[in-house]
Design a protein around this ligand. Structure first.
Ligand code: UDP
Length: 413
């Protein structure tokens, strides 16, 4: 049997004051006809990164409205995660591809997981490439199969896509964050849904913190809360470009010497590359005492991420590839001015010059940071517009509604 993930309890009606009663009623109407539906979410990790972040809220909310939702983690070891990390990078456009031996490892673990999977599901939702091959090895274990892709597939390495395709074909429904991520080869396979993810406004990571509490938490990590703070929250991954953020900070520091930078990054259990890149980032910071590089091993959890986002004068997600970038919505939800790389799902969340700024280089990032730091009123305006955009588009009840619509269609098919 695959390892189930224990999730907390959440209640949809608690969200009504944020998302409005009409959406809550729409969800309840849809859910009325779906009571008892057995739905399994299958993913590679319960810790670190956007997928687990989403499922810790989505699964409890599905349960709250009467779906029998479960979340299970596939079995994997380092050799498997090394292969799947390469698939992830390569599907996001990296030239490096897997060896035949690594594909064999990928296939072997998918077969093991297919055998270990319990049967009798109404719907199995497979998240991302890691467990994608489970369906073809055990199609009889669920009435319906859905592949939910969270990564940026706009420029995949064709060789890797070609090898992965037999694993991702054959699903009835596909979900992508954006239309440009949909591989042509899948367009005739099943129904394509373009559905971006969402954040939980009531989770400890996003709940309202008083400015005093946010400052207190940041102070514990050595931040001088009287001085300006720039911050990026993200895994230590080359696509997230923490070194580019350091470059931008250095340009800002020439004009505003008191500025500080916090790079807050968790290490995912399925990301063996993370530590190497973490060390590269430490080297790039070259011992600057105003650069704080923190990770979950320094006890940075959800509340700390919340505090850093709430305390920062400028938030950055300077990615060069980004499936969606939950950290963007999380930051905007704190009402802070946000600067994001003009890639992937970030422009869905940041409308340039209205809900934040989009940039393509460290220089541009520095220029926009300086503009915000020199004009706090501008920062407040951007922050307010950004928060409203997130409230209307990127909170979990909207995502729950979208899922229930898909389940309804499958049930009626
Ligand atoms: N995150 C965190 N602690 C950290 C770094 C990241 O909790 O130190 C969370 C972050 O708040 C977000 C998720 O990990 O909820 C990252 O999701 P995103 O979509 O931004 O990127 P991914 O890691 O999935 O590529």
């Amino acid at each position: 049997m695959l390892q189930p993930v224990t999730v907390g309890h959440k209640t949809l009606s608690d969200y009504a004051h944020l998302v409005g009663r009409p959406l809550v009623e729409e969800i309840n109407d849809l859910a009325d006809k779906l009571k008892g539906l057995k739905v399994l979410h299958l993913s590679a990790t319960a810790f670190g990164g956007g997928v687990s972040e989403i499922l810790y809220t989505l699964v409890p909310l599905m349960r709250d409205v009467g779906i029998e939702a479960e979340w299970q983690i596939i079995i994997g070891r380092e050799e498997f995660y090394n292969a799947t990390k390469l698939i992830h990078n390569s599907m996001q456009g990296d030239a490096a591809a897997l060896s035949d031996e690594q594909w064999e490892i990928f296939d072997r673990y998918n077969l093991i997981n297919a055998r270990e999977l319990d049967g009798g599901w109404d719907v199995v939702i497979v998240h991302d490439p890691q467990p994608a091959g489970v369906r073809k090895n055990a199609p009889e274990k669920s009435a319906h199969w859905i592949w939910r892709c969270h990564i940026d597939l706009s420029t995949p390495n064709p060789e890797t896509l070609g090898r992965l395709l037999p694993n991702i074909t054959g699903y009835e429904e596909y979900l992508f964050h954006m239309d440009q991520y949909v591989p042509d080869a899948l367009r005739d396979e099943g129904r394509i849904n373009i559905i971006p993810p969402a954040i939980d406004p009531l989770a400890p990571k996003n709940m309202a913190l008083s400015p005093e509490d946010a400052a207190y938490v940041c102070d514990q990590f050595g931040i001088d809360v009287e001085r300006p703070l720039i911050c990026q929250v993200s895994r230590f991954d080359p696509w997230k470009d923490p070194n580019g953020v350091i470059d931008a900070y250095r340009i800002v520091k020439e004009q505003i010497p008191e500025v500080q930078l916090a790079l807050v990054g968790s290490m995912a259990t399925d990301d063996p590359e993370g530590w190497d890149f973490f060390n590269t980032t430490i080297e790039h910071a070259a011992g600057d005492p105003d650069i704080k590089i923190l990770n979950n091993l320094n006890n940075v959890g959800a509340i700390e991420v919340n505090a850093f986002q709430a305390q920062s004068d400028v938030l950055i997600q300077k990615s060069t590839r980004e499936g969606f970038g939950l950290t963007v919505s999380e930051g905007l939800w704190k009402g802070q001015p946000f600067i994001g790389g003009d890639v992937g799902g970030i422009p869905l969340q940041i409308e340039d010059e209205r809900t934040g700024y989009l940039v393509n280089s460290a220089e541009q990032c520095a220029e926009r940071s300086l503009q915000i730091l020199k004009d706090p009123v501008l920062g407040k305006q951007l922050g307010r517009a950004g928060k409203e955009h997130v409230r209307t588009h990127f909170l979990t009840p909207r995502l729950l509604r979208d899922w229930l619509q898909i389940f309804t269609r499958l049930q009626n098919s």
